[in-house]
Design a protein around this ligand. Structure first.
Ligand code: SF4
Length: 306
């Protein structure tokens, strides 16, 4: 008996809606960014976490119903972290009939060796992992590499880059690898983490814990995650708005001269599309009914309203 079998009629209805939402999100991201094409051989990176299991599950569904043909091959990198349950992924992948490759490389020892105790290990570890995965993709003749980052990862990265890096930069749904040879896609780009979480719980994917390396979770990312989750609870719709903002950028209303030719700006006799409305109040949608001015002031720590 699985958790799905135990659901009541109403809960099953909720699950179907959740599944449809995730499938629709992945389908739309694939279409919007032309992530998958006829004949693609997609290397699906599987870490054993909720995100990559969900990605594989939905890609398999789309593979069955899509009008185009594409192949999926799951790849897991066993980094030889202590306690890594090496049997879990092969057993799962065999049970669902997905071709797979487990790559075993002891990056754990390399990282432990090179990085002094107490220092952050993630940057070297992820550089090594990236190199191995790119090499594997070449060996497998993969045309695309699919990663399980989702909408909330993209927003977290945006704020991390702004708060700590002074950059307006997120995580793109599709990119060319730094060696120029691989096309990387993120099919979960439109999917919310809370949906993925719920889906993975209900389908009982055999999750492998992600703290086996013993490294502390990136503290800055954790802070940003808490901030976003707090906003999501307090101001429903804010996360969705921010995610939409990633797709609606106006370079002439930012301040990067490399992105917009400010020095070449000239006045003209005719109306100028996208011209400045600097003297007007910015156009914002009506304030949602749940929004309280007092809350906004409290958030901004404004105590005296006079
Ligand atoms: S958390 Fe551990 S496995 Fe993940 S990147 Fe950091 S060091 Fe590597």
């Amino acid at each position: 008996m699985t958790r799905l079998d135990e659901l009541t009629g109403k809960q099953k209805y909720g699950f179907n809606k959740l599944q449809k939402r995730l499938r629709r999100g992945v389908g739309k991201a694939i279409e919007d960014f032309k992530m998958i094409e006829e004949g693609d051989r997609i290397m699906v990176c599987l870490s054993g976490g909720k995100d990559s299991y969900t990605m594989l599950d939905i890609l398999r569904y789309l593979q069955r119903i899509a009008p185009i043909r594409f192949e999926l091959i799951a790849v897991n990198l066993d980094q030889k972290q202590p306690g890594f349950p090496a049997h879990v992924l092969p057993e799962y992948l065999q049970s669902i009939g997905v071709p797979f490759k487990i790559v075993t490389e002891d990056t754990y020892s390399i990282v432990r060796d090179k990085i002094p105790e107490g220092k952050t290990t993630c940057s070297l570890c992820s550089r090594l992992r990236r190199g191995i995965l790119y090499r594997t993709a070449t060996e497998l003749g993969a045309t695309k590499i699919a990663l399980g980052h989702h909408r909330d990862d993209m927003l977290e990265t945006l704020f991390l880059n702004m708060f700590y890096g002074g950059k307006l930069k997120s995580m793109p749904p599709k990119l060319v690898s730094d060696d120029g040879k691989q096309m990387v896609i993120r099919p979960l780009a439109y999917c919310a983490e809370k949906d993925i979480d719920r889906y993975a719980q209900l389908l009982e994917f055999p999750i492998i814990p992600c703290n086996l390396c013993g490294s502390q979770e990136n503290l800055q990312r954790k802070v940003i995650k808490q901030m976003l989750q707090g906003w999501d609870k307090q101001y429903p719709g804010r996360i969705e708005n921010m995610a939409r903002a990633l797709q609606s950028v106006t370079p002439s209303h930012l301040a990067d001269p490399n992105l917009f030719d400010f020095s070449g700006l000239k006045t003209q006799e005719t109306p100028y599309e996208g011209g400045d409305i600097g003297f007007d109040a910015p156009e914002l949608p009506a304030v949602p009914p749940s929004f309280q001015v007092e809350e906004a002031f409290a958030e901004l720590k404004i105590v005296n309203l006079d």
